[in-house]
Design a protein around this ligand. Sequence first.
Ligand code: FES
Length: 566
Amino acid sequence: MTDKPVGFAHGLTNYGDKDFSLYLRRSFASSMGYSRDMLAKPVVGIAYTGSGFNNCHRHFPEMLEAVKRGVLAAGALPVEFPTISLGEVFLNPTSLKFRNLMSMDTEEMIRAQPMDSVILMGGCDKTVPAQLMGAVSANLPAIGLVAGPMMTGRHNGERLGACTDCRRFWAQYRAGKVSDQEISTVEGRLATTAGTCAVMGTASTMACIAEALGMILPGTAAIPAVHADRLRAAEATGAAAVNLIGSKMTPDKIVTAKSVENALRVLLALGGSTNAVIHLTAIAGRAGIKVSLERLNELSNTTPVLVNLKPVGDGYMEDFFAAGGMGALLRELKDLLHLDAMTVTGDTLGQRLDAPHYSFVDRTIIAERSKPLEPQGGLVALFGNLAPKGAILKRSAADSKLFETEGRAVVFSSLTDLAARVDDPKLDINANDIMVLQNAGPNSPDAMPEAGYLPIPKKLAAAGVKDMIRISDARMSGTAFGTIVLHVTPDAASGGPLGLVRTGDRIKLSVKNKRIELLVDDAELKKRAAAAKTAAEKPARGYAKLYAQEILGADQGCDFAFLRPD
Ligand code: FES
């Protein structure tokens, strides 16, 4: 028995006799068929999120094999363990509600089980942020491995990718331009392989952010899920996890103020998902780093949109990979990045970018700095009396003709109200109105679902209206598009001014000035606040009770208060 705890000898159960504890653990570990030699090796834990409720991780068994191959060849013992897996479309009321639960599971299982480093296998929207949050809190040497994106399908000679094209076809179906039969055919052709959504949605954005942070291997964010390179990346990740054993390269050395700012730059240049602002805020928060929306705006002013992928542009993730991927994008942004930020390989970002690389870049997908798709970043934060702690607009996916607008509010008090009335032919609404959804924020019972992409009322859609200003405290899928103001903070359910808007009020949006104002005087708002109903009853038990007690606003990444280091 060695004095230095390695592998299974880590963190022994305490029976008051250390040698007995080790003897007992090894005896039970032996029951899994390991030899004494194997049991003496350092252990790489693998946080494994394969699940029958997660189509995006369908290929994880094959990836796991490749990871284990890499770990074994590098001289350690790979041991996978299950954690919660969050399959985006299979969770009620919304996957975000369970992101913090998954982060707790990941953190505590890393801490409680005997391992020398850990690989985080994730991919679908909330899984990567949950794993990074947990890993930063546990602070054992860790490296991520993402699922990789789906390949596109085909329909009538056209490429289809989940899920921007899902929404496009559904909007056409609602407008009566696509038949029942065709929408049913399209349904079977949108998501045709393993992997995460095929566009620059939340999962792809978070994969790119993980690479920009330095928490996954260089060049691995965009490799398609079913490509042989993905298995080679898995094997290399296994080897890299062995290199991390005993190193000082813990997540707190990698997730720093500098790498977080690099990640924000990348998010802006990608025209990436609005959800990533919440997730990056939560990940950084675990390291004690604050992400301010004012700083986001400063960075947005000086970061061009360079990546031409749906929902902002034309291409799919497979095109981004073939175009040069994250390496090409990071080199294009090089002078804007903190090149001394450390990465999980032990190299700085600058060293990574200076390393020999294949130099082809497809400029139809990754634009040069001198010819950006947009001169400024894809996201902008808005402030004003309607959103004192900020709101987010994905301007790269919005109609710029609506950016300087004053309009009449048409209010829906909840998602139930929206569903009941939005398609009512008698609904008093026209294309110049501003749709407002209340009580869909983090403090609402719906727990901030991706419902901010309010459907255009059927009668307006049928008349050809494709976009309207929509405002809510909800989120929006990273695959969606439109002039949609999201994450209004504080949210209506926690007493924010969004809950005081009434149909007929005037609202003024100015993207130029980064303002969103409710044109109602303070005295009237105070009156409305005093007359407002008391908050809904809180859940009595279980995770729902914990969530209701601890959930923070979007400005703090919707983390739980007790999980933050302070
Ligand atoms: Fe998993 Fe879109 S549903 S990434």
